[in-house]
Design a protein around this ligand. Structure first.
Ligand SMILES: Nc1ncnc2c1ncn2[C@@H]1O[C@H](COP(=O)(O)OP(=O)(O)OP(=O)(O)O)[C@@H](O)[C@H]1O
Ligand SMILES: [Mg+2]
Length: 363
């Protein structure tokens, strides 16, 4: 539905300094999906989104929506933002301060081209429905300036979706909400997106938001896309150290290939606390770095069946629905995520197993 090819944008400051914000990136978003650009601050996410919106003019590249080219540097095409007809919520969202919540949400339906589609009654129903979706029902008569930052953000979202645009562009739309509301809004956004079937390009630096919401994620770093795939693939099979580290929490463990060659592409990796079998093709003696997620490290009070190593609990954080521990295993300090019912204390000697099948070599 949305295709971006070879998108490049360099900002030039008046003092002549240049910043390469996006460096030849490309991706495709299928109809009806939520596609997320995820990456650290300054990696080029907003620039990409603004280019799709038509608010930035890229130096090079092509952007096509539903088969229509809205930007092409070689074809000299640049369709203005107003003609693209996308719904947008930007990082610095603008709502109309002099209008009420109701009028803000209704605004896109009152402009020429939209107005005739609605009677007073259908307009009223539609506005109330989107305001309920963003949990602003009951606020209809309030002035927009009398809302909190998070409420204003939700109002901006209501206004972006009310016309049911073909493409929705969302730049950190939940960043100003408290943790609880943000979680609820993730569900609401997902439900709403599914109901409307609206193709959505979503920008966030919050990895759990990206994992929870997206059909596909493009992980960006330093102006380029590093890996594209569905959330499970990005999380379980990160392509390199950056992705493994940025998406989720992980332990990096150093080792050397000690044995190779069985049929399913597994190698025995010797670490300073023991040997782990994991998927890797390499030569004996090769140095590797692999990632082991905290939830793939099992901790037992008593020695379990099968091989295990002895470790000491150094720190423990109880978080209600799980507990996180740091444990000393040989020379390594590893993080593990444990069930809250496991009776564990700081200083305790425990037995550790690491599930090699879940570990990923990333360098
Ligand atoms: N108007 C501008 N003029 C000059 N440089 C800019 C401008 N806008 C962005 N940049 C630079 O381009 C790079 C990419 O910026 P962009 O806003 O796309 O990042 P981002 O990934 O959205 O980051 P964040 O998560 O902080 O919002 C940054 O180095 C930024 O400093
Ligand atoms: Mg940004």
């Amino acid at each position: 539905m949305l295709q971006v090819h070879g998108l490049t944008k360099t900002y030039r400051a008046s003092n002549g300094q240049e910043a390469l914000a996006v460096n030849g990136i490309g991706f495709e978003v299928a109809k009806g999906e939520i596609f997320t650009l995820l990456g650290p601050s300054g990696c080029g996410k907003t620039t990409t989104l603004r280019s799709v919106a038509g608010l930035e003019t890229p130096d090079a590249g092509e952007i096509t929506v539903d088969g229509v080219t809205v930007f092409s540097s070689s074809g000299n095409i640049r369709v203005p933002t107003s003609k693209r007809g996308f719904g947008m919520v930007f990082q610095s969202y603008a709502i109309w301060p002099h209008m009420t919540v109701f009028d803000n949400a209704a605004f896109p339906l009152t402009i020429p081209g939209q107005r005739r589609k609605y009677t007073r009654k259908t307009l009223d129903e539609k506005v109330r429905r989107v305001l309920a979706v963003v949990a602003l029902d009951g606020f209809e008569g309030r002035k927009a300036t009398q809302l909190s930052g998070g409420q204003q953000q939700r109002l901006a979202l209501a206004r972006a979706i009310i016309t049911e645009p073909p493409l929705l562009l969302l730049d950190e739309p939940l960043s100003n909400l408290d943790a609880k509301l943000r979680e609820r809004m993730r569900f609401e956004l997902k439900r709403l997106q599914r109901e409307l079937g609206v193709t959505t390009l979503y920008v966030t630096h919050d990895q759990s938001e990206a994992l929870a919401l997206s059909h596909n994620i493009a992980v960006m770093n330093h102006s380029v896309i590093v890996q594209v795939g569905p959330p499970t693939e990005i999380y379980e099979r990160p392509k390199d150290r950056f992705v493994a580290d940025f998406v989720g929490t992980t332990n990096f463990i150093k080792g050397k290939v000690a044995g190779v060659g069985n049929a399913d592409g597994m190698s025995a990796i010797a670490t300073d606390f023991g040997t782990i079998d994991l998927a890797h093709r390499g030569g004996i003696g090769d140095e590797v770095l692999f990632s082991a997620r905290p939830e793939h490290i099992q901790v037992h009070r008593d020695a379990p069946a099968g091989p295990s190593w002895q470790a000491v609990i150094e720190t423990r954080n109880f978080l209600g629905f799980h507990q996180d521990v740091e444990l000393r295993l040989g020379g390594a300090l590893l993080q593990a995520r444990l069930h809250p019912s496991l009776k564990i204390e700081t200083g305790m000697n425990v037995h550790v197993q690491i599930d090699g099948a879940q570990c990923v070599v990333c360098a």
